[in-house]
Structure formats: C-alpha cells, structure tokens
Ligand binder design. Sequence first.
Ligand code: F6R
Length: 612
Amino acid sequence: MCGIVGYTGPQSAFTPIVEGLRRLEYRGYDSAGIALGTGTSLFVEKRAGKLANLEGALPANLPTVHSGIGHTRWATHGGPTDRNAHPHLDNEGKLAVIHNGIIENYSELKAELEKRGHKFESETDTESVAHLLSELRKEYKGDLTAAMRAAVKRLRGSFTLLAIHADAPQTIVGVRRNSPLVAGLGDGENFLASDVAAFINYTKRAVELGQDEVVTITPEGIAICDLDGKALALKEYEITWDAAAAQKGGFAHFMLKEIFDQPKAIADTLIGRLSDNNQIQLDELHMSDDEIKKIKRISVIACGTAYHAGMVAKYAIEKWAKVPVDVEIASEYRYRDPIVDKDSLVIAISQSGETMDLLMAVRHAKAAGARVLAVCNTNSSTIPRESDAVLYTHAGPEIAVASTKAFLTQIVAVYLIGLKLAQVRGTLTDAQVKSLYTEMLELPGQVEQILETIEPLRELTRKFAKDNTVLFLGRGIEYPVALEGALKLKELAYIHAEGFAGGELKHGPIALIEEGTAVIAILPTKDEHALDEKMLSNIQEVKARGARVIVIAPEGAEVIGAEHIIRIPVASPLFQPVLATVPLQVFAYEIAVARGNDVDQPRNLAKSVTVE
Ligand code: F6R
C-alpha cells in the first residue's frame, strides 16, 4: 500500500524517484505524484492511475534537480483522483508531504487549521499534515526536522511521512509510526523508501528506522532522532539480495517467475537445518529446551494466504509435537479476548512483516505475556522487530501481489518448527526427525518436476476461463490448500471461488452444484484414515450432479469420475500441500491471463496491507 521514495544527491532526482516508485508498484496503488526541489520552488505533478499517466503529464523540459519525493497512493480517504494524489502542499506551495497510512484525527486537525485560515484542496487525511507542518516550520524558524517532531506529537494513527521544503530542497525529513520506512546510505547521495527494493540499484547499505523516529537526509548524511530531538545511532544493515532478484527474469509476469522460483525458495529455507547428530537447528527460536517443553498451547496468527500456511501448521505441529494449536485470522484475534499467557507460543506468519492486522495481534499477544515467534520473509520489517524471535523464510523478494513462493516457504518453515518442537519434547525420535527432514529435502525437486510438466495444465485451464464459479475441495491437510486455491482464483481472476472441506459438502455447499459447475478436488495421499477414498466419494457426489471435475492426484493413485487429472509426485500426507498448491497457482495465473487481468497487481489489492 502506498509507495514512498525520497532522494537527495548529485543525480537528476527524477530518475531514482520514478525508478524507485516503479519497483514499489507491487505494493498496489491507484495514483502517483512527485515533488522536486528546483532551488527556488517545488515542481509538483500528480495523476490518477498508473505511473505512465504521471510520466505522460510531465513537460518535455522538466528541470534537472537533485532532490525530491515521489509517491504511489492506494486510496483510503478520498477517491483515486488527481486532486487527492500525493504530494499535498501547504497554501504557499512551498512545502510538500507524502504519506502512507491513516491520520485518525485528521478532521479535528483540519477544523483547527481551517479556523486559522488554511484552505484545503483535497479530501485526504494527509493534507492536514502539510498545513500543520507548514505552521510548525515557521514556529521552529525553518527547521523542518523540529517541525516534523512537533507535528508527529499531534498525530494519531499509523503513518510514514516524508516532507520537503522549497527553501532547503536538499533536505528531506521522514518519520514512521506503525508503517514502513527505511533509509538507504549511498556515496554522496541518500534515500528514503517504503522498502529497500526502491533503492537497491544504488546502494546495498540500509538503515533501520524505529517507531516514532524522525530521519533527516541530505547528500552528506543521514541523521535520526526521537520525538524529543535526542540523536540516535544509525542501525545499518546490508541488503543481501540484488536488483536482478526483483526483476522478471524473462517471465511474462512476476507471479509466473515467482511460481518458478519456488524450488529454490524451498531449498533455501530448508538448507542446513539438520546437524550431523540429527538435531533440527533452529537457533533463531531463542528458546531453551526447558522453555520448549513448557509450551502448553500454540496460537498461529496470520492473514490471507499466510493464514492458510498457519492452518497447515496446525496439522503438522499437532501430529508431530502433540501440542494443541489454534489458528486464527489476525484481524479477529485481539477483539475476542484470546486465552494467551506466558505458557503460550504465538507464531505470527507474514510475508511482508508489515501487515497491520497482524502487528496489532502480535502486540496484543505480547502484552498478555506470550512469547511471539515471527515467520517472515522481509528482513528487519516491523513484525520481526517487535517479536521475541524470528525465523526468516528465504523466498527472496515477492513482487506479485498474489503470494506464491512466500506461501510454500511459510509451510516449510512451520514444518521445521514442528519437527524442532517434536524432537525437544520427545514426541518424535531423532531417527523419525531425520527421515522427515530428508523427505522434505526432496520437495524442491518434486516442485520442479511439477513445473516441468505444467504445459498441459496451462492449456486445460483456458477452457475454464469463462466460468463464473469454481469450487475447490480438500480434506485433512489439503483443506487449507483448497482454501488457498480458491483465494488465488478470486484475487487474480475475479471469479467467485470457494474452498470446502470435502466432508462439509453434504451439509450445504453441494446445493451449489449444477450442470457444468467446475470443481477442483485434491486427492490426499493415502493415509491411515483413508481420506483419499472419502475424497473419491465426494468426487462421485459432485459428478453425479453434473460437475466438471479436475482432480489433483498423486502419481499412481486411482481416480474415478474426473474429467481431467493433474498428477503430482507422491509425498507423505503432511508434505503434500507443498506439491498440491503448485497446479492451483498455475490455474489461477492462467485464467487471469486469459481474462486479460492485471496479474501482478490485481484490482483493489495491495501487497503490503498497512492499515487495519
Ligand atoms: C494473497 C495474499 C494476501 C496476503 C495477506 C498477508 O495472495 O497475498 O492474502 O497473504 O495480505 O500478507 P503478509 O503475509 O505480508 O502478512
């Protein structure tokens, strides 16, 4: 949601700003704008729609300037119009502000500022900050940093803010509260952005910014202080992935590239986790064996796709480690007085590490005394920073809005946690743990095998492009996979899709089946409960009522009643989700392409959901 970039240095600022915004496009946006400091005034342009609209609106003789701020906006207050696009200016047109998040007390501030003569141009919450900062800057005799500190003390809500003033255009001031902002330390040039992806082409040196910290960048350096003006030390870290990792690499879309990145992402997440004496190595948990043995319950909290990874975690952890696991949608968690205390382990799963619903749930769990373990894909993001421990997934940058490789690595990460807990609590022997880990090492090759033989599925999929409803059936650990298949199809293809537990069909959903309804069923690997046979019965039930059924089935498993069968390699029941998910991702991708949808940035969605 909202991409933010600030640049100051010797280059023509327009290039790193627009390039940076383009790299942040994956966050989702509906308008874009820039403010460049020309030396005497600000050059400002903003447009509804994609960045191309903004570029098209720029004059051919755009001045060469060396500092500025740029923004892609995901509308919250006020529709996605030119007028509401950021930057927002003060009444003199000399101070510009861009913002991600929500200023909760903006109407109060607006009323107060209007009384003092400020005229508002837009319907946004952001504009009140531009006017407030303008007043405060005068009060602090032109010191924009001091003005920002004072302004933030007046604001409620969550926000990243950047400001620039025409009188000192080489200085850009930023702040963050519950919303991402990171600084980039260059050679004679410095950057601010929502995400390191924006400046990775220019520097690998990033500086972490904490809650309510005010940052000031000039070409000479970066200074950080707290809201009382106390200078803070820079917490620098190195960005370990390169720009190429965030490029499409010859694929038509980021999503397709990311589907094909999965074998490597899984391998990177798994690698080196078993010691020579067959112990699962997860030092990141920062828990002694005694502490692990004392865990009485586990709550997994997450949103969307990550929530489905949490559901998979429940099956695996309960089976192996024999600890009760609840899985809960993060946005519901803190509003129902969850039972959580110092004997609880809370696992917070997030690709971005910035999801506001999850951040709030993490804070709630911590306040109740629980230990919080984040499973996250984004280094130094807010959720890992606020958790007691973090296990990073190694999916690399995920740019497409629809999550693919992050999901599979989240599943693999929770398997590792399950094995670790089981080993320490003695519910699995070292030999069993070794055997399961060794089987997991096969997963990257098996996903690769699916991807190598995916072409027939891509063709078949197009036959379903005009369907209005697709139902997904799973049982056991394949139930979350069915939910994930349906979510992918909804968000990418805008088709009504629902996932059901096969056993629930007869309790209501079967009424939806009519002649020609598309149903995708996931046949589980044979297990002690013979769930595969139960799924075969479900397939018969829907077929008998006219459904066209696609079945995802392990090699060699007998399938009756399917119109199409997609084969996947055979894996133990608990590992099958990693394989069964892949054809569903491809299915949703192909249908979205066939329908002409924007695959990487589906309508109304944002990659990083930083508002509650
Ligand atoms: C679906 C999708 C979303 C995210 C959800 C959580 O494809 O991407 O459902 O999974 O918004 O995001 P993170 O994992 O960043 O917390």
